[in-house]
Design a protein. Sequence first.
Length: 566
Amino acid sequence: MKFLKQPLSSLFALLFLWLLTLSFSHAQEKKLSRHEIQSLSREAVNNMHNELYEKSLIQARTALRHAILLRDDAVIAQIYNIIGGNFDGLLEYEKALFYYNKGLFFANRTKETELKNFLHNNLGNIYFFDKKNFKKGVYHYNKSLGYSTLTKDTVKMVFTKINITWAFFDIEKYKEGYRYLAFVNTHFKKYGDPALSTVLHMLNGMYFKFKKQPEKATTHFTKAIKTGIENQEKSDLSYTYLEYSRFLNQIGKHQEAYRNLEKYNQLTEEINSEEKIKKANLAGINLELDEYKREIDKIAVTYKNKETIWKEEQSRNKKIVLVIVTLSILILIIFYFLAINEKLKQKNKLKELQNQNQQNLINATIDGQESERRKIAAFLHDNISALLSSAGMHINVFSSKNEEQSDEILKTKYILEEAHHKVRDLSHELMPALLVRFGLMYALDDLCEKNSNSQIQFEFIHDLEMSTRFEEAFEMKLYFIVSELLNNILKHSKASHAKLHVALINNQLHILVKDNGKGFNENSSSIEGFGINRIKARIHSMHGEIYIVSDNENGSSIELIVPVIA
């Protein structure tokens, strides 16, 4: 699970000599291709596995410098992982942690899921095994597992889940760890590394110890010890002896527990001795390792500076392109909206002209009707009515001279009188006599009285004198508008009470017509049958305003506000 920790070779002089000749080699080296860099990286990995750490580090250093020149994040991350692995093998865990994290930084800028998987697993090992930081260890293991799951790599999933199981079992969270162990038990035979058999049997032994199943626990601990001895897995075998001794002590086999504990102590002492030797060997080359780290850091800083300049140039170019694209889009949008706005203006202007023409047509029609109304009323009153009156007078004279009157004369006299009354009524309807003689107020009062009956009452309310007069055409227009509104109430509202309120406010005539009927929908297509559009057009032609409020519960309310023409 971790890089092997064996005694170091004493040939670190090569590293020192390489550092002395660094500047010369750097000047003379040719620029390597990506393929050549990867080939050099593979050699570095092989040397690392063969514990030739100094040679591996030199190769990784060279590969890193060329990878940085190529600005290849994936290759840079891979080489940092190799450098971290070398320091891991040299027991320099802080340096290993540093380079694993640098590798992860560059890997996260790529789509290399396998590389991210390796780096997170290595970080998990450092945090869990060396720094004893369970939380961070499990975090990186889970990240590694996520990438294995994404790529459906069951081999790596088995490998990582063994580590996660061990992490949970180490803090005695057996229930949380078992779901990972169950997966490993299912797939280990096909996808597991035989070198991990010792650990797997040990973990199963720990789980059955927790479940208080001593026979199964004993079987797995025994197999773990056997495979550990066969494969010479000192580290895993030592952990197995320790856990087995704890189990034996738990079930009361104290002597056997003590023997296994002694084996654990003996094996641990051997491992510690080997690590002491390795650290002693390291003492003489710490300067070279620190210098190596500084050189790598120097490369990273140089790369960072170049990358910063390159990024600034890229950023500047992107900004220029972005500004140009944004301005182009903005100009297109402005032109688009200007075109739409112009089209909308033309459409509104056309609609306004159509409405104005329609309103002018309505006003001209109404003006013509009113003019014809006046002419017909005058003609009926001044001519037809006068002629009928004259004919009636002649018949009366004739009747007074002849005592005997025939039925024909009497019928003629009656017909003439009836015709005279009808002509007079028609004349008054076309042009009410009260409107002409006494003005709008008396005419409206009379209109309310005439329209009132047993089913509906019209109430006339006024805030100005009845004798108030306005310009004749102004009075006529308002009279016939109000007449049409009252007629609508009679025909359509089914109201029992209506009110006509007239007031003069700030030289504006306010006329309110209100009823308690069923109301109407102002937006309905049937509204034209009520003549509302004609009334609106008429009011607008008088530079006035009309407000309509109508609902089923409260009836209708129509208010007219018209500037006065004296």
